[in-house]
Ligand binder design. Structure first.
Ligand code: SF4
Ligand code: SF4
Length: 293
């Protein structure tokens, strides 16, 4: 099995559109994972049928038993996350701020604090035309997105170990969810756009991904909107020893596909042709060794 993650240094680069199109054009058996758990949208273009759902419980949260609390204030003074508030006479935990470290429970002289399970999202196991999809929805503002990413990748791998391809739609940015996404991957496809900020984001992304994965390649989306910008990305990649495996032109059919919840490769368009070529290039760059293994 090859484990391929499609990532980008920021949102809005076309990462999910490209992931969905790869799911469409790749003929091997595959399982997909949407690791953008804060704003999952691969489901909007893969039209999954949910066959299983389960709660996601992140870190525990502290709870104060008001009957046992003597209002000494030790817990509030010890909480490094400022999660325990007082109105002058009683103390309560603000669960949105609680990081579940348990320090308050350890220090409370009255044994008034307990730790409670906190449900902060949902995990879905679904079927699509192209293979199974594992996706999730994190409660807005909830932490633990990196943990959730690790869990849904594990579910996908355990239940689909006989597939040829694990195809991951990564989160934007370079934070904890991105690190959790690319850890254990064989190959990373970084999607970028030809702009100064696009190049800057790509450089940061590569710096984070390099120590975590064996192979990285780049695809330039909307490359023809800024040819000098695309050239700068190619020069950067050449100096860094990173192959540019594709370039996708700006194409109105992409927006039409997004609006209609369709896959861009369902169209006969320049962008669709470029994505077919991209997949061929991915196979020759990553695939022969990985599929053989
Ligand atoms: S440390 Fe315990 S007794 Fe003191 S305020 Fe906190 S919960 Fe109440
Ligand atoms: S568990 Fe940790 S973060 Fe949560 S209220 Fe207690 S000390 Fe603060």
């Amino acid at each position: 099995m090859i484990r391929l993650a499609v990532v980008s240094g920021k949102g809005g680069t076309g990462k999910t559109v490209i992931t969905g199109a790869i799911a469409h054009v790749s003929t091997c058996s595959k399982v997909m994972v949407d690791c953008d758990v804060d704003a999952a949208n691969l489901e909007l273009i893969l039209n999954p049928k949910v066959i299983e759902r389960q709660e996601f419980a992140g870190m525990d949260t502290a709870l104060i038993d008001q009957a046992a609390c003597t209002a000494c204030g030790i817990c509030a003074g010890a909480c490094r996350f400022d999660a325990i508030k007082t109105n002058g006479t009683s103390f309560v935990v603000c669960s949105d701020h609680c990081e579940g470290c348990g320090v308050c429970r350890y220090l409370c002289p009255s044994y008034a604090i307990s730790m409670r399970r906190r449900v902060c999202g949902e995990i879905f196991y679904s079927q699509t035309h192209f293979g199974n999809l594992v996706h999730a929805r994190l409660t807005p503002g909830a932490a633990n997105s990196g943990l959730l990413v690790g869990i849904i990748k594990k579910i996908a791998l355990e239940r689909n170990s006989d597939c040829d391809l694990l195809l991951v739609d990564g989160p934007p940015g370079i934070g904890c969810p991105l690190i959790s996404t690319v850890t254990g991957m064989d190959a990373i496809l970084a999607v970028t756009e030809p702009s100064i900020s696009g190049l800057h984001d790509l450089e940061r992304l590569i710096r984070v991904c390099h120590p975590l994965s064996a192979d990285i390649a780049v695809v330039i989306n909307k490359y023809d909107l800024n040819i000098p910008g695309s050239d700068s990305i190619r020069v950067f990649c050449q100096n860094a020893g990173i192959p540019v495996v594709g370039q996708i032109p700006y194409d109105e059919s992409v927006m039409d596909a997004v609006r209609k919840g369709r896959l861009v490769t369902e169209y006969d368009s320049p962008a669709a042709q470029a994505i077919h070529s991209l997949w061929d290039e991915i196979l020759s760059t990553f695939g022969v060794r990985a599929f053989a293994g």
